[in-house]
Structures are given as structure tokens and as C-alpha cells.
Design a protein around this ligand. Structure first.
Ligand code: NAD
Length: 496
């Protein structure tokens, strides 16, 4: 391990002394170890939270003017925009996602800092219609020290979404990136410092989820936990958070249906399916992992889909021509293979793919895979988080809606049709936090993002996310009601 760069936690405006235990970060496309980060102990987590609390109470950021928050977040956006190529390279290296995807995704991330900085600057309080000679103001205050637990699939995007909203609202943030891809988030510390964020306002703490993540989420001094991850992780952190009365925003998994109707040109329907299903090798929470295809276009659709999927260019993520990179780990390859096995045992028909693959004998790659199956199958019901897609033939519009909603998940869904009325009718009936019509994966800092059912609760993005990082304070200002209640024989004295 000697010679490998070790990037230690970012705490109080500097890289802390390295922890005794370390986590190796692996490039999943080459299997090379590309660096190490801290495996932070409980004692260190506790000390960081205490220091973060002191930082919040000092008020250097929590009581900063809205105009200052706006200025810092805008500057951070500009700094990040100037350094996108460097972040693209790092993100590709630690996730195995194709460079063309990372370029497109990262180019937009500064917008989250600009949006939430602007929101901080323009957000106004309220005055209620309180009865009588009273002015009641509602103002929003930051919550305190918030913990953010982020995943590996969009490491920089998801962390920035959460950090931007929380900082805009005046909180102190302790973020724990995924142990599988923590490196880009670790670079945000010095970037925010350069933008003028006071030291001790953004703390970046690394380690395994089962240890460092747990130590963080069990701390009673937190004011909020914002998790993006799996349902099992939510269930692991929820009991302690409930006892400590700490609210949780949970962005969890999905099984997004892609509803394809016969008014579509078949070629267009296939392009829609490819886009929905295979971005990030199927490793996004809104991956179009269930293709619900109307029977009237089914046969030509399947024929065309098969030939397009077989032609996808799987390979070295740093090659600009590569369309499908690696998955994140060997465990992920094994999980994809197990899903294929079970799907076939349950009577599924393998249309294409189905096997692990590699580049020059290395890397955690899995072939883009489509399996024709039925609605109750394991593949139709459970999240793969990889490029293994369920294909389902549906007999009618009603059937598509029924199958789409017959899921424990309800995060994203897309409806593809040229029939205007059908688009609205179906979108209205689909149970999902985000429904796209003739699109998929579309995302904007202003657009609330989050699921229903087992896909989570609360929202990222938009006013909803900003306000979820605040608490409402009601101040009641009396300018005409005398405190005469206990005077003798007073008529019409007001109590409430
Ligand atoms: P994960 O739940 O394994 O890990 C997410 C984070 O939680 C990591 O930082 C991990 O270290 C931490 N963690 C794990 N166990 C923990 C514990 N006991 N206590 C505290 N922290 C813990 O998920 P992942 O594999 O990184 O990401 C994949 C999952 O995330 C999928 O289910 C995917 O659908 C979901 N996801 C959801 C969204 C969304 O917006 N809804 C976006 C991306 C990913």
C-alpha cells in the first residue's frame, strides 16, 4: 500500500491526521487500488460532531447574512465549473462510469450550488392572518448539525445536491461519502474553503457504512439525517434516529417502469428504453429496470432492442467511445449474475447478455442484459442496481398501469406515447414520486426529487429540500392586547 495517496478526512478546514484504519478505493474497471481514505472511529466521529456543534453555535455561518451564503455558494459553483475536467477524470476512475456520462453529468453540478445559493438570497418569511392587534412572523432558521450519507453511483452529484441545500439554509454539514467512491467529495473541502465558507462548516468524514456511518447516525446531537442509499441502510439507521428524535430524509431504491405505447415509432421506443435502462450500467435509483411494452408493438420492439443492446460498446470507461462502463464491484457482478440465474429458473427468456465480462482480463463488467419475464418474478420485483432489465409484455393501457404500480417501490417512472390524452391519463395514475412523459432521467435543481412507498420519504431539490433543512420559528408580536387577565372584573380579556 505504500506510495498510494491517502486522503484523510476534511475537518475544521484542513485534512486531519490520518486515521489508524484505512479503506482502499478501487478503480472497478481495472481493479487497481487508487488510494486510501480514513476508516473513522467512533471516538473521532464523536469529536467531529462536538466540534461541528460548537461551530454551529458560534454562528459564523448559521447566523451569516443570506447575501453572504449566496456569495459563497456562487463562488463555489464558479470554482467547481472551472475544475470540471479534473473531477470528471476522478469520477470516472472511482466509479468505472464512461467518461462521456461523467462529462455530461458533472457539467451541470454547479447549477445546484447556484440554485440553492439564489434560494437562500430570495427566500422570504411570512406574516400570518393572526386575529387582533398582533403581528405573527414566521421565519426559518437552520436546523443545526446535519449528517449526509451518500452513495457511490453519482458521488459528486448527490453529495453536492445535499450539501448545497443544507449550507444555503445555514447548517453545519457532516457528510460521509460512500467508502466505494469517496474521492471526489473529499476534494470539495478545500474548494468550499477557497469560496469563503468558514472552517468547520463542511466536515467530510470517510469510512465504512456499518461503522463510521452508523457511529454518525447514532449521535444524538444531530438535527437531521439525509440518506441516499438502500432500504436496508435506512432500516439500520432509523431506530436510533427515532429514539433521538432526528428526522430523516431517505432517498432509497427503485424499480422504475418504462411504459411504452403503440403510438410510438418502434425505433423511438427502443432508443427510449436504451436511455432509460443502461445509463450508468443500470446503476441509478431511477434506472428503467422494467420495460412495460404494449403488445401491439412488442415483437418488432424486442427484435430491434436485441440488436441495439448487443451492439452497445462495453469497455474502458476512459475511452470517449465507450457507452457502457463497469459496475462498481465484484459483489455487483455476482449480484447481476444471480439475478439472471433466478430469472431464467423462474421461466424467464434471456434475450441478450447475461454474463460477466472484462476488459483485457480485468474489471467488474457485466453484459447489458434483457430478460423477458412476468410481473411477479424476482427480477420484476427487486432492485438489481446493474444492467439486467426485465421485459414485460402488456395487453392494454390498464394492464401497463397495473403492472407499473404493482411494486413496493415508487421512485421514478416514464410514459412514452404520442397520444396526448393517454400521456396525461397514465401519468396521473402511476404511483411514483417522479413521472416523466416522453423522457427519463431528467433532473433539475428546481425539481423536487424523491420517492413514495419503499423508495423513501422527503425530497431533494427545489424549495422542498431547502425548507427541509430549516425549522419554522413563529414570533408573535402584540401591539394592543393588555395583560389584564387577572385584574378584577375585566370584561373581554383575551387569553389565547
Ligand atoms: P448503501 O445503502 O449500501 O450505501 C449508501 C451509504 O450508506 C454509504 O455511504 C454507506 O457507507 C452508508 N451506510 C451503509 N450502511 C450504513 C449504516 N448501517 N449506517 C449508516 N450508514 C450506512 O447504498 P449504495 O450501494 O451506496 O447505493 C445504492 C442504493 O442507493 C440503491 O438502492 C439505490 O437505488 C439507492 N440510490 C437512491 C437514490 C435516490 O435518489 N433515491 C440515488 C442513488 C442511489
Amino acid at each position: 500500500m505504500s506510495g498510494l495517496p491517502h486522503i484523510s478526512n476534511w475537518v475544521d478546514g484542513t485534512h486531519a491526521l490520518p486515521a489508524a484504519e484505512r479503506v482502499e478505493v478501487i478503480n472497478p474497471a481495472t481493479e487497481a487500488v487508487i488510494g486510501t481514505v480514513d476508516a473513522t472511529s467512533r471516538a473521532t466521529v464523536d469529536a467531529i460532531i462536538q466540534e461541528s456543534l460548537a461551530s454551529f453555535r458560534r454562528g459564523r455561518w448559521s447566523r451569516a447574512e443570506a447575501s453572504e451564503r449566496y456569495a459563497v455558494l456562487s463562488k463555489a459553483a464558479a470554482l467547481l465549473r472551472a475544475r470540471i475536467p479534473e473531477f470528471v477524470e476522478l469520477e470516472t476512475e472511482q466509479t468505472g462510469r464512461p467518461v462521456r456520462e461523467m462529462r455530461a453529468q458533472l457539467a451541470r453540478i454547479p447549477e445546484w450550488l447556484e440554485y440553492f445559493g439564489s434560494l437562500a438570497r430570495v427566500h422570504a418569511g411570512q406574516v400570518t392572518p393572526f386575529k387582533g392587534p398582533v403581528v405573527n412572523t414566521l421565519t426559518r432558521q437552520p436546523l443545526g448539525v446535519v449528517a449526509q450519507i451518500t452513495p457511490w453511483n453519482h458521488p459528486l452529484l448527490i453529495a453536492t445536491k445535499k450539501i448545497a441545500a443544507a449550507l444555503a439554509a445555514g447548517n453545519v454539514v457532516v457528510v460521509k461519502p460512500s467508502e466505494l467512491a469517496p474521492l471526489s467529495v473529499l476534494r470539495l473541502g478545500s474548494l468550499f474553503q477557497e469560496a469563503g465558507l468558514p472552517d468547520g462548516t463542511l466536515q467530510i468524514v470517510c469510512g465504512y457504512g456499518r461503522d463510521t456511518g452508523r457511529f454518525l447516525c447514532e449521535h444524538p446531537a444531530l438535527a437531521k439525517i439525509d440518506l441516499t442509499g438502500g432500504l436496508a441502510t435506512y432500516r439500520a439507521i432509523a431506530p436510533a434516529a427515532a429514539l433521538n428524535m432526528i428526522p430523516i430524509t431517505a432517498e432509497l431504491g427503485g424499480k422504475a417502469p418504462v411504459c411504452l405505447f403503440p403510438s410510438l415509432d418502434v425505433d423511438h421506443a427502443v432508443k427510449a428504453a436504451l436511455f432509460a435502462s443502461f445509463i450508468a450500467s443500470g446503476q441509478t435509483c431511477v434506472t428503467g429496470s422494467r420495460l412495460l411494452v404494449h403488445q401491439d408493438i412488442y415483437d418488432p420492439f424486442v427484435a430491434r432492442l436485441e440488436s441495439r443492446v448487443r451492439a452497445l460498446r462495453v469497455g474502458d470507461p476512459t475511452d470517449v467511445h465507450t457507452q457502457i462502463g463497469s459496475v462498481i464491484s465484484r459483489a455487483s457482478v455476482d449480484r447481476c449474475a444471480a439475478f439472471v440465474d433466478r430469472a431464467v429458473k423462474e421461466g424467464g427468456r434471456l434475450i441478450c447478455g447475461g454474463k460477466p465480462t472484462d476488459v483485457d482480463g480485468k474489471g467488474f463488467f457485466f453484459q447489458p442484459t434483457v430478460i423477458e419475464t412476468h410481473p411477479g418474478s424476482d427480477l420484476s420485483c427487486n432492485e438489481v442496481f446493474g444492467p439486467v432489465i426485465a421485459l414485460l409484455k402488456c395487453s392494454s393501457e390498464e394492464h401497463i398501469v397495473q403492472v407499473a404500480n404493482d411494486s413496493a417501490f415508487a421512485l421514478g417512472a416514464s410514459v412514452w406515447t404520442n397520444d396526448f390524452s393517454q400521456a396525461h391519463r397514465v401519468a396521473d395514475k402511476i404511483e411514483a414520486g417522479i413521472v416523466w412523459i416522453n423522457g427519463h432521467h431528467l433532473n433539475d435543481p428546481s425539481s423536487p426529487w424523491g420517492g413514495f412507498k419503499e423508495s423513501g420519504m422527503g425530497k431533494e431539490n427545489g424549495l422542498e429540500a431547502f425548507e427541509s433543512y430549516t425549522k419554522v420559528k413563529s414570533t408573535v408580536i402584540n401591539y394592543g392586547i393588555p395583560p389584564t387577565w387577572f385584574d378584577d372584573e375585566i370584561e373581554n380579556a383575551r387569553y389565547g
